[in-house]
Design a protein around this ligand. Structure first.
Ligand code: IMP
Length: 177
């Protein structure tokens, strides 16, 4: 098991790049089936979801649109409790089939702050896809339609996820030691 140091903390391998790739392909296959004949708009939440989004998109065979928004509530290893939006939604989502792409749903606070704004614009449908979910950390429950991996309540980095800005480039997902 590989151990790496990022800033002041040690992390160990938790999910291999192969297992992530396999799961991303499975999710893409399920979305291709569910949205066959439709043209969903994916809303990817920056920064963390960029790698998941790029890999998932390579495996989509349906017509799909994509946009990015930037929401954040984290600083270091803790949620600040305050959601900041620095890139907002410019698309009109009225009547569209929306699929949210998240890197990780932890407390659920980010989605809690953002979803009402989306529903207000009356999409035709809205589903949530998250690569990772920490069920034990839930404070604001949401219906998560596709979950890549349910993981323990431990801080993780890699594959887009960071610890204070670092670790996003790692191919694997690492867990705090
Ligand atoms: P929530 O609002 O508590 O659900 O947290 C969602 C956001 O917090 C994610 O999109 C991540 O950016 C960040 N986050 C939560 N847990 C972790 C973690 O273990 N590692 C890195 N970022 C995390």
């Amino acid at each position: 098991m590989a151990v790496i140091k990022v800033h002041d903390k040690e992390f160990e391998t938790y999910l291999s790049s192969e297992s992530i790739e396999k799961r991303v392909e499975e999710i893409a296959a399920a979305l291709n089936k569910e949205y066959s004949g439709k043209q969903p708009l994916f809303i990817s939440i920056l920064n963390g979801a960029f790698m998941f989004t790029a890999d998932l998109f390579r495996h989509l065979t349906i017509d799909a649109e994509l946009c990015f928004i930037k929401l954040a509530s984290y600083k270091g290893m803790k949620s600040t409790g305050k959601i900041t939006t620095s890139i907002g939604l410019e698309e009109d989502i009225f009547g569209k089939d929306i699929i949210i792409l998240e890197d990780i749903v932890d407390t659920g606070k980010t989605l809690h702050g953002f979803l009402p704004k989306l529903f207000h614009q009356q999409p035709n449908s809205l589903k949530i896809v998250t690569l990772l979910h920490k069920p034990e950390a839930t404070e604001y429950p949401h219906q998560l339609d596709y979950i890549g991996f349910a993981i323990p309540n431990k801080f993780v980095i890699g594959y887009g996820l960071d610890y204070d800005g670092l670790g996003r480039n790692l191919k694997e997902i690492y867990q705090l030691k």
